[in-house]
Design a protein around this ligand. Structure first.
Ligand code: ADP
Ligand code: MG
Ligand code: ZN
Length: 658
């Protein structure tokens, strides 16, 4: 709650309290005995009454002593008579006026008939004011925590000046930095460019997966150029009131114009910038209006205005093409996942203020963290630091880094989760199934760790890490991957002769890979080299009213389904065959897992060579310390010596060439 809201609430409370006191106070003042009219008349006839007040509803009579102090007071509900003559006549007939004087025996006062009493006329007004205030407060809280109802249209942008982020804080990504230097140059001295008539990009779009440092880059540009940084998130524009988004955009740009040169940064621009289309429902109109307003504002830039709009998105392909036209976000910078060198540098940047053990080698860590984003690497180091602190260490060592990697990859270990013996056995067979197939299939990544300690949502895990940064994924690799992913389920089928729900994530993954092989990567002969699926999340509006299958017929859909099923069932058959042939390894490995819970490359290697479980367990005795000393050691020579040179069923060779 901000200051303003608090003040307002105090005012309301104060007014209410004042009103309450007022009401009480008048009651005390009048504090009169309420009488029936007859009794009241009797009092009047007694002749003690000194003053009589008549207002809209009541007659009130006072007896005052010589000092003017009220000693008695009576009130009654009575007809209001505001005319002295009528009142005199009225009193006369009732015998209130003594014959002797022929005068009213008390002073008569008419209070203004229309005003009523001060308080009673104020009360309804106060009530209305209070209700209105309450309503207003409710509106405020409904429209978001920080903006008053009057402020709804105001931009939610945050302005930051003097950002401390520099390019040196963004590790790796040299090409991206190079491209952005130009923008920095311009922001530093816009005149230099405009006098030469150079048209400066008004919009720079940063495209890349989450956590690759897009936001960081935008800040670094502002920091390097030393200009103010206005940041909003695309979702800030999407409000429940129509027209608010557009107004926010206007306010934001107005604010920026007053502070130029500066940077406007729209994070997650896809929230508003999606392709406009056949809008269904009101929400869309709002989004479109907002998007239109952004376009209008960007077009409205004078060429020499020192405002650069930066935006970030995970996917440029779903953005409205109008956003990408010249004069708008015409500069696109792809921010990719870091490569091995980039990862090493990022690790080093984030280790700057963390004490690391002397034997920590970031090269090794970088090597086995293929596919990690910058954010995940930063997170890894942070987790490692936390682990080290918890262990009471003064420096972060290899063990913490290793555990940090696992934690980032698979969530925290849940050692305390109660697992029954039969569940344990089942999980052990499941994971052993994965691990053995990973060793047997040529194109699978080497196994680093197999465990039946629950992590995240999984009951156990088999950790394989790629040896290189290979990004291109071949047909064989995918087929092997499907085979290995089915290993858990197949082991359960073979041993437990029943299946558990534990394989649901595996099956999800398998179907996903198989479907993409068929529909996106042209890896099915039947369907040929056609991309059937443009991998766009279905959002209302775009897809609606078009063909229901993204452009292909029912028959094609059926073929896709049958091809996906074929790939999976072939892999299933292969997995079953391999595990049956290596049943003794499966039994031994799962037994070791039940005994030891976690095994590493070395043990997996022993078991694959046919070692007995007892032998492996006793070899592991006392070796925990070695592992703790440097968990990465075993990874330097990952074993792929157990590969069975077996081509997957079906003629895989022909397909790899694609
Ligand atoms: P994005 O906006 O692309 O999702 P962020 O810029 O928010 O990613 O990055 C999240 C965090 O990850 C950053 O605050 C930073 O700590 C870290 N990070 C990401 N990329 C890098 C990088 N190249 N160098 C250093 N740190 C990075
Ligand atoms: Mg971001
Ligand atoms: Zn599994």
């Amino acid at each position: 709650m901000n200051k303003k809201t608090k003040t307002i609430i105090w005012i309301v409370v104060a007014v209410a309290a004042f009103a309450l006191i007022g009401v009480l106070f008048t009651n005390v003042l009048t504090g009169a005995d309420e009488l029936t009219f007859t009794d009241f008349l009797a009092k009047l006839k007694e002749g003690k009454i000194t003053e009589l007040y008549i207002d809209a509803y009541n007659w009130t009579a006072y007896v005052k002593d010589a000092n003017g102090k009220v000693t008695e007071a009576y009130t009654t509900v009575a007809p209001s008579i505001y005319n002295y003559d009528s009142f005199y006549y009225f009193c006369h007939t009732l015998g209130v006026i003594p014959e002797a004087t022929g005068q009213l025996p008390f002073a008569l006062n008419f209070t203004d008939p229309n005003a009523g009493s001060m308080i009673s006329s104020l009360l309804p007004v106060l009530g209305i004011v209070l209700v209105a205030l309450m309503f207003w407060l409710m509106m405020r809280s409904a429209s978001g925590a920080n903006n008053a109802a009057m402020n709804i249209g105001k931009s939610k942008a945050q302005m930051q000046s003097n950002l401390k982020v520099r390019f040196s804080d963004v590790a790796g990504a040299e090409e991206e930095k190079e491209e952005l230097r130009e923008v920095v140059e311009f922001l530093k001295s816009p005149k230099k460019f405009s006098t030469l008539g150079a048209r400066i990009p008004s919009g720079v779009l940063l495209v890349g997966p989450p956590g690759t440092g897009k936001t960081l880059f935008a800040k670094a540009v502002a920091g390097e150029a030393g200009v103010p940084f206005f940041s909003v998130s695309g979702s800030d524009f999407v409000e429940m009131y129509v027209g608010v988004g557009a107004k926010r955009v206007r306010d934001l740009f107005d604010m920026a114009k007053k502070n130029q040169p500066c940077i406007i940064f729209v994070d997650e621009i896809d929230a508003v910038g999606r392709r406009r289309g056949a809008g269904l429902g009101g929400g869309h109109d709002e989004r479109e209006q907002t998007l239109n307003q952004i376009l209008v504002q960007m077009d409205g830039f004078e060429s020499n205005e020192g405002i650069i709009v930066m935006a970030a998105t995970n996917r440029a392909d779903i953005l409205d093409p109008a956003l990408l036209r010249p004069g708008r976000f015409d500069r696109q910078i792809n921010v990719n996942l870091p490569d091995v060198k980039g990862r090493e540098q990022i690790l080093k940047v984030h280790a700057r203020n963390k004490p690391m053990a002397a034997d920590v080698n970031f090269k090794t860590v970088a090597r086995i963290t293929a596919g990690f984003s910058g954010a995940e690497l930063a997170n890894l180091l942070n987790e490692a630091a936390i682990l080290a602190a918890r262990a009471g260490k003064s420096v972060i060592g290899n063990l913490e880094l290793y555990d940090g990697i696992n934690k980032v990859l698979m969530g925290p270990q849940k050692k305390s989760r109660v697992v029954t013996e039969s569940d344990k056995r089942c999980t052990a067979y499941h994971e052993a199934g994965h691990a053995i197939l990973a060793c047997l299939c040529k194109h699978c990544d080497p196994v680093h760790e197999v465990s039946i300690i629950p992590r995240g949502r999984a009951a156990g895990y088999t950790m394989t890490r790629p040896e290189t940064d290979d990004n291109d994924v071949s047909y064989n690799k995918l087929v092997d991957n499907i085979c290995m992913s089915l290993g858990g389920r197949v082991a359960e089928e073979l041993v437990i002769q029943d299946v558990t729900t534990g394989a649901s994530a595996d099956l999800q993954h398998v179907s996903d890979v198989a479907r993409r092989m068929v529909t996106q990567w042209g890896m099915s002969e039947k369907l040929g080299l056609v991309a059937y699926d443009n991998d766009q999340p279905v959002f209302m509006g775009m897809e609606y009213g078009h063909q229901s299958h993204g452009g292909y017929s029912q028959e094609t859909a059926a073929t896709i389904d049958s091809e996906v099923r074929r790939l999976i069932s072939e892999a299933h058959a292969r997995a079953t065959k391999l595990l049956k042939e290596n049943r003794s390894i499966l039994d031994n490995m799962s037994r070791v897992l039940v005994e030891k819970e976690t095994i590493y490359t070395e043990e997996v290697g022993m078991l694959m060579k046919g070692a007995d479980w007892k032998e492996v367990v006793s070899a592991m005795e006392g070796k925990e310390e070695t592992h703790k000393a440097n968990p990465f050691a075993s990874m330097t020579t990952p074993s792929k010596e157990h590969v069975v040179e077996e081509t997957p069923a079906d003629s895989a060779e022909n397909k790899t060439e694609e």
